[in-house]
Design a protein around this ligand. Structure first.
Ligand SMILES: Cc1ncc(COP(=O)(O)O)c(C=O)c1O
Length: 409
């Protein structure tokens, strides 16, 4: 899978397309006989493209347990689905209220539109704190729900620290308090790993993206339970039941469905493999690197399979990443969009991790192609890198400040 000698440990950022996914997509990209045509057109080739999209929609609907394929609305990916869910529900619910409940650890694709909607005066947003391991208390979510709460948005699993939320319980408690409140979950990170099912979770809206499950960039979906108030946000040609206009990206949609089918088929094996590697890193990293705190749940059952995150005292996460890159490892400090910024991650801040410790944050996200050897190589490579960087620092890394104690465990 890897370039010679390189180890890819950033599957939460994106995944390499599966060769079977590419095989499924190619006929729809190539001119020879493939239905690259506009699926809305009348002629026979266009009808082939339309049929391929219908098949993809039916397949995805079946996998996630939707009652009707029409409940699957194709989008360009996770960010668009999140924006559509938030803006779409609030715009369709103005007569009932404008209060929205979310959490401080959501992806920016949820937090930023909500912040903007608050500035515009179209929404009033309650952002809830989270537990110290990054998970959200369902009771706290329900407590925040009011008679005028039109939407709750809580992510299924966190992209930086891997904490899995009990979404079924969030839905149960929220609906008990206000049956008309719509519940959305962002399942971008969890879908393939946890094999999500919309009725078991009970949600009204769920966000998906193909490129986190070995599918192509540029395809995603919003699951929309029938009866959910939702106003389309991209208007034009009336595609996707007038919820999302734009000529459909047939090859990417076909690849998305194939990627999801493969992910569902392989899930047990993938999860077992990723949990084994993940457990080894979570156990061993704090032993090998002094003053390294595992962030997020330590118990792998409560974490997204393959997700490992930590904060290393007395170093900048970015410096460690650059050194790891030179040593052949592709990893991240958190979400790809915050890499490169000087601010510590909003997720670690919401969890209460001290600012100076959070600056040393690292994220390793393992995938189906990683091996035990990859993990052992990382365990060999990281300690001398941290030691070297600390030796260059003007601040001596002698002992941890008292504020770090509870995190270093
Ligand atoms: C939890 C979560 N939501 C949304 C997104 C955005 O998805 P996309 O890159 O498909 O727009 C990401 C991507 O990192 C994510 O991790």
């Amino acid at each position: 899978m890897q370039q010679q000698g390189r180890v890819y440990l950033d599957h939460a950022a994106t995944t390499p397309p599966d060769p079977e996914v590419l095989d499924a997509m190619l006929p729809f990209l190539r001119g020879e006989g493939g239905a690259w045509h506009n699926p809305s057109s009348i002629y026979v080739e266009a009808q082939e493209a339309r049929k391929a999209i219908d098949r993809a929609r039916a397949s995805i609907a079946g996998l996630i347990g939707a009652n009707d394929p029409e409940e699957v609305v194709f989008t360009s990916g996770g960010s668009e689905s999140d924006n559509l869910a938030l803006r779409g529900v609030v715009a369709a619910s103005t007569r009932r209220g404008r209060h929205v409940v979310t959490t401080g650890v959501e992806h920016h694709a949820v937090l930023d539109p909500l912040e903007q909607m608050e500035r515009e005066g179209v929404a009033e947003v309650t952002v809830l704190p989270v537990e110290r391991d990054g998970h959200v208390s369902p009771a706290a979510v329900a407590d925040a729900v009011r008679a005028d709460t039109v939407l709750v948005s809580v992510m299924h699993a966190n992209n930086e620290v891997g904490a899995i939320n009990d979404i079924a319980e969030v839905v149960r408690l929220v609906k008990a308090k206000n049956p008309r409140t719509v519940v959305h979950t962002d399942a971008v990170q969890s879908a393939a790993h946890l094999g999500v099912h919309v009725d078991r979770l009970g949600v009204d809206l769920m966000t998906f993206t193909a490129h986190k499950m070995y599918g192509p960039r540029g395809a995603g979906a919003l699951y929309v339970r029938h009866g959910t108030p939702l106003q389309g946000q991209i208007l034009g040609g009336g595609q996707e039941r007038r919820i999302r206009a734009g000529t459909e990206n047939t090859p990417a949609i076909v690849g998305f469905a194939r990627a999801m089918e493969i992910a569902w088929d392989r899930r047990e094996a993938d999860v077992a493999h990723e949990r084994t590697l993940q457990e080894r890193l979570i156990e061993e990293l704090p032993r090998r690197v002094p003053l390294l705190a595992i962030t997020g749940p330590r118990n792998v059952e409560a974490r997204l399979p393959g997700s490992v995150s930590g904060a290393v005292g007395y170093v900048e996460g970015e410096s460690v990443l650059l050194a790891l890159d030179l040593a052949g490892f592709a990893a991240s400090s958190g979400s790809a969009c915050t890499t490169g910024s000087v601010e510590p991650s909003h997720v670690l801040m919401a969890m209460g991790i001290p600012d100076d410790l959070a600056r040393g944050s690292l994220r390793f996200s393992l995938g189906r192609m990683n091996t035990e050897e990859d993990v052992e190589r990382l365990l060999e490579a990281l300690p001398p890198i941290v030691q070297r960087l600390r030796a260059l620092s003007p601040v001596p890394a002698t002992e941890a400040p008292p504020s770090w104690a509870e995190w270093l465990g």
